[in-house]
Design a binder for this molecule. Structure first.
Ligand code: DC
Length: 223
């Protein structure tokens, strides 16, 4: 029987992590865990409660009072805020604007990381985020750090938003991505970093299919 490995995929905003990780998990028959969705649900809870975003204590308390969890329905991951399925509602420019601040608070991260580790305990998972290879799963069998030029990332994200009928300019998308990358990379707790033992993949000129095939090949070397 083949070994069930754990795969960590990290990288900056809109580098193609989520789509690649989801398709890779499907190809391997593994569970896909999108950790960004958890921080997105936490941000939605904070917005709804109208908690001042710069009040770390109040934000941490608000997140602790809400039950954020992931559930597999069929073969798709759904994100729940208490009993409500918020999978669609968490991908808005309003959330993108403040999420990096919410995700920078250590009290918020501790709550999320605990759950993420529990979900990956039995192996056979592909988990994507910013701190998976460095903090959440430091012993992951395969660590991938995905990068792409800012132009490629902004174009991809704009396409996604247009498909979701969100009206926004390429320049705005570019600014939002750069802003998030800056905060995510410079925060004190679990910043976005390439783990020492991660393999870097530049996806600027790759199709999704090519990205998946490359990582699938790396995974096969270990299975
Ligand atoms: O992957 P994403 O764009 O959905 O992530 C949204 C934000 O959540 C990202 O800008 C930073 C935060 N995040 C994080 O801090 N740690 C993770 N493991 C995943 C996401």
């Amino acid at each position: 029987m083949s070994k069930k490995i754990t795969i960590a995929i990290d990288g900056p905003a809109a580098s193609g992590k989520s789509t690649t990780a989801r398709l890779l998990a499907k190809k391997l028959g593994y569970l896909y865990i999108d950790t960004g969705a958890m921080y997105r649900a936490a941000t939605l809870a904070v917005l709804r409660a109208a908690v001042p975003v710069d009040d770390a204590g109040a934000v941490e308390e608000c997140v602790a009072q809400n039950h954020i969890h992931l559930e597999l329905i069929g073969d798709t991951q759904h994100t729940f805020l208490n009993e409500e399925d918020v999978s669609e509602r968490i991908r808005t420019p309003e959330i993108n604007r403040i999420i990096s601040i919410i995700a920078s608070y250590s009290g918020v991260r501790v709550q999320m990381v605990q759950q993420q580790r529990a979900l990956s305990r039995s192996g056979g998972v592909v988990m994507d985020g910013r701190d998976i290879g460095s903090v959440v799963l430091p012993d992951a069998d395969l660590k991938v750090f995905m990068v792409a030029s800012i132009e490629a990332r902004a174009r991809r994200r704009l396409k996604e938003l247009e498909e979701a009928q969100v009206s926004i300019s390429l320049e705005e998308v570019r600014r939002e991505i750069e802003n998030r990358d800056r905060i995510d990379s410079t925060r004190t707790h679990a910043p976005l970093v390439k783990a020492k033992d991660a393999r870097e993949l530049d996806t600027s000129a790759l199709s999704i299919e090519q990205q998946v095939d490359i990582i699938y090949g790396w995974a096969q070397e270990l299975i």
